[in-house]
Design a protein around this ligand. Structure first.
Ligand SMILES: Nc1ncnc2c1ncn2[C@@H]1O[C@H](COP(=O)(O)OP(=O)(O)OP(=O)(O)O)[C@@H](O)[C@H]1O
Length: 239
């Protein structure tokens, strides 16, 4: 599916509070202040300090986290009530690939992603091998996931999500474990993808390749604008 097939991602006063530990309300914690955003650009980066709320914001976009106030709609689908449809539309790549890779080997993991397509066993294996090969991972197809390096796992996780061609791709710090060569490969791959991308990253070079950058700070959006302004603002804010 290619951009702009999607209509829009709309957050209306969407906030996330962690429930209090007891009925008195003591212990409630706001991890995302209510936000209203319309995300229509093809590539949007989310940057900001550790613990500022980036992952929480991203997880709202495929219903992994549900808003405790307001709504999140993806092409009109409400994440609260239409979670399964939202997850079919929004591919999510986790920072920690081991949270995502559940099969013993890369080829089996990609095959699992492809299960929704009506393919024979042989076709599914061929399709999975071709996806891995396009990432230069075919030589690792039958290795144990636990034998792969962190960066190799991160690439397998990305390949597995992209195998089903989701309409929207949400990536949570996808380059944290990658070396310089693979970080560059990832940047090139991501910018060439036809899908809408929402990506949280500490790689400011990647943020600069996006059309819009949200700077998250203290559970809210501190800056929202073009890449150069936003990255400049962020650099100044950290001194
Ligand atoms: N389920 C939860 N229960 C309690 N606190 C949570 C929960 N999820 C997130 N938090 C807290 O909310 C804050 C924001 O977390 P989040 O993972 O969104 O940050 P982040 O900006 O992605 O950080 P990083 O760059 O370190 O990955 C953190 O203080 C985190 O500890």
């Amino acid at each position: 599916m290619s951009f702009p097939a999607n209509e829009s991602i709309v957050l209306a006063d969407a906030g996330v509070q962690i429930a209090p530990l007891d009925a008195s309300g003591a212990g409630a914690k706001t991890i995302l202040r209510p936000l209203s955003l319309e995300l229509t650009e093809r590539r949007i980066a989310v940057i900001g300090a550790n613990g500022s709320g980036k992952s929480t914001l991203l997880r709202l976009l495929n219903g992994l986290v549900l808003p405790t106030s307001g709504t999140v709609r993806i092409n009109g689908l409400d994440t609260q009530t239409q979670g399964a449809a939202v997850r079919r539309l929004v591919g999510f790549v986790f920072t920690d690939p081991l949270s995502q890779l559940i099969m013993p080997t890369p080829v089996e993991d990609v095959e699992l992603s492809l299960r929704r397509l009506k393919l024979s066993k042989r076709e599914r294996r061929d399709a999975a091998m071709s996806v891995l090969s396009s990432y230069g991972l075919d030589h690792l197809a039958h290795s144990s996931i636990y034998e792969l390096s962190g960066g190799e796992r991160q690439l397998v996780a990305l390949a597995s999500v992209l195998a089903v061609d989701p309409g929207i791709l949400v990536l949570d710090e996808p380059s944290t474990l990658l070396d310089l060569r693979n970080t560059k490969l990832l940047r090139e791959r991501l910018t060439a993808l036809p899908q809408q991308l929402i990506i949280s990253t500490h790689d400011l070079a990647l943020a600069l390749m996006c059309e819009r950058v949200l700077v998250v700070d203290d559970a809210g959006i501190a800056f929202d604008g073009g890449p150069h302004e936003a990255v400049g603002w962020y650099r100044e804010s950290v001194g």
